[in-house]
Ligand binder design. Structure first.
Ligand code: SF4
Ligand code: SF4
Length: 445
């Protein structure tokens, strides 16, 4: 099969070698976990427990009635020490439930298999997915139950699983496909049934031939499921580029995959859906990659939500070299951290610890008008002009140049010879434009 792709994009140094061939190891059970009540796109949860309460592993400890939300669950059994604001790797600070483990890992007795795919209808599956607190595990953390419940006027015909893992350094999805292929395929079928789609596909970049082979076998020749080989290129895993490459469908400006009849989920999310249906297991642990030139022994690890970054780095032998930057996620779209005292959340796909020599520290220079950022932009934008307007506070001009279509992939910053902080400026402009639109939409008082 010929590998498919999209115009634009870049070929960064992928840096996956240190962990791609390493099986997932289970991290040591944490003594204390800090579980943020906000781990998803949407409304934060409210605590269902208070200091002094005893909790079981898998017990729901936070929820909200908001539609775009997902409950959170205890990742250990033990005693709630506090419900208080704590540092968060993506949102700065979030209210969190702090639990001291009793070391017993006693499972919540309420946890039981939901049923079979034959007996559960679409509504029941969506309820299972919601109650298990499942969110997109590729980083965006959008609640999965909401994704598979499109409005009545949007017909979904395809569920696409994203196994591209185009972010450099990260290999967690690669290992999930190799080690949990049956769960991935079962989860795909569950997601298809939940949103009424007749076709399923799994898209994998061609730098993972072993995963392509294992998933191909797991699909078992089913006529409604297919595997798509993608050319290895960043940001191949962006939903819009994935759909263009796989199905030749273009998501309209400001639109979503459901506008072209598709729901996209990460392969690890599908595996989590499978465990929720088969065993009733909520999302309280995940596979992630701890890597980067600063880490002594990079690994793929199965980790409880709420474990601190510092704990996991220690379990990987600590820092062999001084760390120049620690990132929640990958180097292109991840978020730099100022402390290791932040917890793993459902959306933490990796902890990247770059050594000082791996971090570009040179000062930005004046734009050379070389146009490389335009050639690299997979959304056909003009990053140099949008960022220039953003830096001058001219957000209306940035909006006219379609700043809101920017997917914040970082390709423009990566190729810029003048090291201009393009994506940071565009991100700020997007925030200003969105805030202004929201203000304008509010009724006048
Ligand atoms: S402008 Fe946005 S979409 Fe285009 S390359 Fe830069 S970060 Fe990516
Ligand atoms: S790549 Fe950098 S230097 Fe070249 S045009 Fe874009 S912003 Fe200017």
């Amino acid at each position: 099969m010929t590998a498919k792709t999209f115009p634009g994009g870049i070929h960064p140094d992928y840096g996956k070698g240190p962990t791609a061939g390493k099986p997932v190891v289970r991290a040591a059970p944490p003594k204390t976990v800090v579980i943020p009540l906000h781990q998803h796109t949407g409304a934060p949860c409210e605590a269902l427990v208070k200091a002094g309460d005893e909790v079981k592993m898998g017990q729901k400890i936070g929820d909200t009635g908001a539609f775009v939300s997902a409950p959170v669950h205890a990742s250990v059994s033990g005693k709630v020490l506090a419900v208080e604001p704590r540092p968060h790797p993506a949102f700065g600070v979030s209210l969190a439930v702090v639990i001291e483990s009793d070391g017993q890992d006693q499972l919540d007795p309420e946890i039981r298999p939901a049923g079979s795919l034959d007996t559960l209808d679409a509504a029941a599956l969506r309820k299972v997915i919601r109650e298990a607190g499942i969110v997109g595990m590729g980083g965006a953390a959008f609640p999965t139950a909401v994704k598979v419940a499109p409005p009545p006027n949007k017909k979904i015909d395809t569920v696409a699983l994203n196994g591209a893992e185009c972010e450099p350094y990260l290999t967690a999805d690669h290992r999930v496909m190799l080690e949990q292929a049956d769960d991935v395929v079962f989860g795909l079928r569950a997601l298809m049934k939940a949103c009424g789609a007749g076709q399923g596909l799994i898209a994998i970049e061609d730098n993972k031939p072993d995963a392509i082979e294992v998933i191909h076998k797991a699909l078992g020749g089913a006529p409604d499921l297919q595997i798509i080989h993608l050319h290895t290129k960043y940001p191949q895993g962006s939903e819009k580029h994935l759909l263009k490459a796989c199905l030749n469908r273009e998501v309209p400006s400001g639109g979503l995959p459901l506008d072209v009849g598709v729901v996209v989920n990460n392969v690890a999310t599908a595996a989590a859906v499978a465990r929720a249906v088969r065993n009733g297991t909520p999302l309280y642990e995940r596979v992630l990659t701890v890597t980067g030139g600063a880490v002594a022994n990079p690994q793929n690890m199965l980790v409880r939500v709420g474990t601190s970054f510092g704990d996991l780095i220690e379990q990987c032998g600590g820092f062999a070299k001084p760390a120049g930057k620690v990132i929640n996620g990958g180097p292109m779209m991840g978020i730099a951290q100022s402390s290791l005292d932040v917890p793993v959340t459902k959306g933490t796909s990796g902890i990247l610890c770059l050594a000082r020599g791996e971090v570009a520290r040179d000062e930005a220079e004046a734009c050379l008008k070389c146009g490389r950022c335009i050639d690299a932009c997979p959304m056909y934008l003009m990053p140099l002009w949008i960022s220039a307007y953003a830096e001058r506070g001219k957000h209306e001009e940035a909006e006219r140049l379609n700043a809101l279509d920017c997917i914040e992939c970082g390709c423009c910053s990566y190729v810029c010879p003048a090291r201009r902080p393009l994506v940071q400026a565009i991100r700020l402009a997007k925030g200003e434009i969105t805030a202004r639109r929201r203000r304008q939409a509010q009724p006048a008082k």
